[in-house]
Every structure is written in C-alpha cells, then in structure tokens.
Design a protein around this ligand. Structure first.
Ligand code: NAD
Length: 440
C-alpha cells in the first residue's frame, strides 16, 4: 500500500476500532447483526463500498481496479468492537427483535453476540423527542455535566475493550427542529449554554461535543443540527477531528438524487415532484410528531433545488412544486413504501409523468452506510483530515459543507468526489474521464 511519497501519510489501521453508536434501535442493531453475521461467514456485505467496491486506478488500458480496501488502509471487520447508548435498556438482541427488521432466523445465529451489547445510560430529554420514553437515562447537574459523563463513558469503553481508536455515529431518533442560535457561534458560547441548560443545546450536541473533546470522529445520521453549527466546526478544527453529516441517504432521497441528475443532464423540465411515504417503525412514530417531522422535511427538501438549479434554468425548473410527506402507518413496520409522482416536460413543453413505487427497507439501506461511515471516518482521522468531510456527502441527505459553499446532492458527483478523494489519499492520479489520450 505504499504510495511512494505521494498522497497523504496514513497511520496504519492496527488494533481494535471501537464503533460507538448513539441509539440502539433499528438502524444500529441491523448494522451490528449484519457485521457479526459477516464475521461469521453467514452473510455478505451488500451495499457497502468499503467491503465490496473496486476503484479504477490509472488509465483504462492499465486494467487496475483493486478493491477500495486494498488501496487505502481500512479497519478490518474483525477488529470492530461495538458500543451504544440508548434510553431504552433493551440489549441489542431484544431491540432487534422488537424493531422487526431482521427475521429471527438471521438474529438467532448471532444472539449471543447481540445479547452482549447492552446500552449505556443515555443523555436523553423528552423535550427533544416527544414520542419516546426511556428509563436508561443519565442524571446530572446540567448539560455540561451530562456531556462530561459521556466523555467518561467514552474513555471507559476504550480502556475496557482495549481499543486503539474510536469513531461515533449518531443512529438515534430525530430531534425536534432547531434553528441556529447565537449560543452555537463559538465553543465558548456553546459550553456556557451547556452550563446554563440552554434549550438550543440538544442531547445530540452533547454526544458530539463529548466525541470531539475525546478526539473521536463524529458522523450524524439524523437530520438534527448537532455538528452543523460553527461551534462544532471550530471544536473539530481545534482538536483535529473529522465530522460529517447529516441524515443517512436511503430510500426516497436516494432515488431522488439518482433520478433528478438524469433528468437535468437531458435538459428535461420538471413541474412537480410529490413524494409520500408510509412507514411503521419507531422512527416513523417519532416523525409523527410535527416538530421532529419538520427537521426531517427540511433535510429532504434541499436535494432537488440544489441538483436542478432553478435559478440557472428558470424555463425548466423555475416553477417546480416539491412536496414531501411522511405518514406513520404501523402495519408496515420497517418496510416503508415510498411513492413519487414526477411531472416532467419535454420538447415543445409536452408533459410526461414518471411514477415510482419503492417498497424499500430503510434499515437494510442504512446499515451499510453506518459501516462505511465508521470506517471512512476512522480513515480520515488516521490520514490527518479534520473538520467537515465533504467527500462523504455520498452518504447524506443534507451534506454538511464549509460556510459559503452549496452542497453537492447529485449522487454521481458525490460518488466521483468520494473515489477521487480516496485516490488523492492513496497518491494516485485523479480520474477526469477526459480520455483524449486514447485517440490522439
Ligand atoms: N433507517 C433509515 O433509513 C434512516 C435514514 C436516514 C436517517 N435515519 C435516522 O436514523 C435514526 C435512527 O433510525 P432508526 O430507524 O434506527 O430509529 P429507531 O427509533 O429504531 O432507533 C432510534 C433509537 O435511538 C434512541 N434514542 C433516542 N434519543 C436518544 C438519545 N438522546 N441518546 C441515545 N439514544 C437515543 C431511541 O430510544 C431508539 O432506540 C433516526 O434519526 C432516523 O431519522 C434513518
């Protein structure tokens, strides 16, 4: 894996990697059960780029397309140790059975392992997730004290499990909608607000603050503000820790960011895109609360605007109507159904329609994202890359970017950005797809 002085200097992926999951619900348990099944040779890591994707290096005539994991040093699945926090005290096995994503026939063979993962008491406040109650909850003097308790958990987990490095992924519920507040401006103002129990400091921010103070990379899988505030960006830079977010790109938004770039490159017009979902898991129940839904809605709406650029193409996208609905419908459990009605128009303005009915499984789509983020964030850390990891936009519905930049939502641009970043880390040439050298 030598890159002969080119690329980044990357510390080797030696020793154990602790993956700390905030939330031990559907996404988290599906990830853990999957990784353990793969370690035991019972399943294949489908949907994971770190485990299955190849990357082309050099010219097409070179015929070099190794696995990503053979080009950059990634932690091996056998070196991962899982930990979690959740206000509900169920171990990973009880939680997975309750979530109903994986069938008992896939859980029973790894039951011993899942039962060994018991959630640490959470920093939880019902004011931020209205539809949840939990008993496995920390108490403390104020929010700062609670965050210090999380730091103590992190250190204890690392020591007890003999971990060399840690990485944290938020896979807990969507919190109520929060807008940036002056207390989010600097590390100092944020810490003061934590001491003052300020309402603009959500529990997710306490986990992120604790992670960044402990030098642990933090990826945000929910649409919560969390690390998307100046104070966290400052803290990540100060402590040289990678951050990324937000909201795992699965289901309907995944489809949206696959299809919309295709319509745009053909310069086809769009008059409306109506998306509606039914889902019946706990995530759906939490999103049934209008304040949590608002957080999700904001995260889902941005993609089309950014991909289609209506300000540059007013004739094609200037009057587009975009609506997103999520309906809690218990009979479906985790098996979501998402409908999209897309009204497009072509030559001479003639209208056409596209209908999508995606019978997807949310957590099945999210689990490989959690794994990839854990491994890539650890890679970024070992490569000395700190702050916002925009190259991981591929995995998010509302990618976090530097102030003043617009996010890239087009999945094909995101994919190229991800792979070119890996080439850059490995000291390999960027691939531009120009290709004139084959003909001149
Ligand atoms: N499943 C997907 O495809 C998908 C896609 C994008 C984003 N997400 C987001 O990922 C998150 C998890 O989704 P899920 O389907 O696993 O939901 P879930 O409800 O099954 O699990 C979330 C867990 O988080 C716990 N929790 C809530 N607040 C917490 C806190 N403060 N500290 C620790 N734990 C806490 C809950 O008790 C619950 O067990 C949600 O925010 C969801 O919006 C999921």
């Amino acid at each position: 894996m030598s890159n002969e002085g080119k690329g980044r200097e990357v510390q080797p992926a030696e020793g154990k990697l602790g993956v700390l999951l905030v939330g031990l619900g559907a996404v988290a348990t599906t990830t853990i059960a999957g990784v353990e099944s793969m370690r035991r040779g019972l399943a294949k890591p489908i949907g994971s780029l770190t485990q299955t994707a190849t990357i082309r290096l050099g010219k097409r005539t070179d015929h070099r397309a190794p696995m990503i994991k053979d080009v950059v040093p990634l932690a091996d699945l056998s070196d991962i140790v899982f930990g979690a926090w959740d206000p509900i005290p169920d171990d990973a096995y009880a939680s997975a059975l309750n979530c109903g994503v994986l069938r008992p026939e896939h859980l029973v063979p790894v039951a011993d392992f899942l039962k060994s993962i018991k959630p640490m008491p959470a920093v939880f406040d019902k004011a931020y997730v209205k539809k949840l109650d939990g008993t496995n909850v920390k108490t403390g003097e104020n929010k700062f004290d609670l965050a210090e308790q999380l730091r103590a958990d992190i250190r204890k987990f690392k020591e007890e499990n003999g971990c060399d490095r840690l990485t944290m992924v938020w896979a807990a519920s969507t919190e109520i909608f929060l807008t940036p507040d002056p207390v989010h401006a600097t590390v100092e103002s944020l810490e003061q607000a934590m001491r003052d129990n300020h309402p603009s400091v959500a529990p997710s921010m306490l986990y992120a603050w604790a992670a960044l103070q402990e030098g642990v990379p933090f990826a945000n899988g929910a649409p919560n503000l969390t690390v998307d505030i100046p104070a966290m960006v400052e803290l990540a830079a100060r402590n040289r820790v990678p951050i990324a977010g937000k909201d795992f790109k699965t289901g309907q938004t995944l489809m949206k960011t696959i299809i919309a770039p295709g319509l745009k490159v053909r310069m086809l017009g769009l008059s409306g895109w109506f998306s509606t979902n039914i889902l019946g898991n706990r995530d759906g129940e939490v999103l049934d609360d209008p304040e949590s839904f608002k957080t999700k809605e904001e995260s889902k709406l941005g993609a089309l605007e950014h991909i289609l650029q209506p300000e540059m193409y007013p004739d094609l996208y200037g009057n587009m109507y975009h609506k997103v609905r999520i309906n809690y419908y218990p009979p479906r459990g985790d098996n979501k159904e998402g409908w999209d009605n897309i009204d497009i128009f072509g030559w001479m303005g003639y209208p056409m329609q596209i209908k999508i009915d995606f019978l997807c499984r949310d957590s099945i789509l999210a689990a490989p994202i959690v794994l990839d983020l854990a491994l890539f964030m650890d890679l970024a850390s070992r490569a000395g890359m700190c702050g916002i990891q925009e190259w991981l936009s591929f995995y998010f519905k509302a990618p976090q970017v530097a102030a003043g930049l617009y996010p890239e939502h087009d999945i094909f641009i995101q994919h190229m950005k991800l792979k070119n970043t890996l080439r850059w880390i490995a000291g390999e040439d960027q691939i531009t797809h120009l290709g004139v050298e084959y003909y001149e």
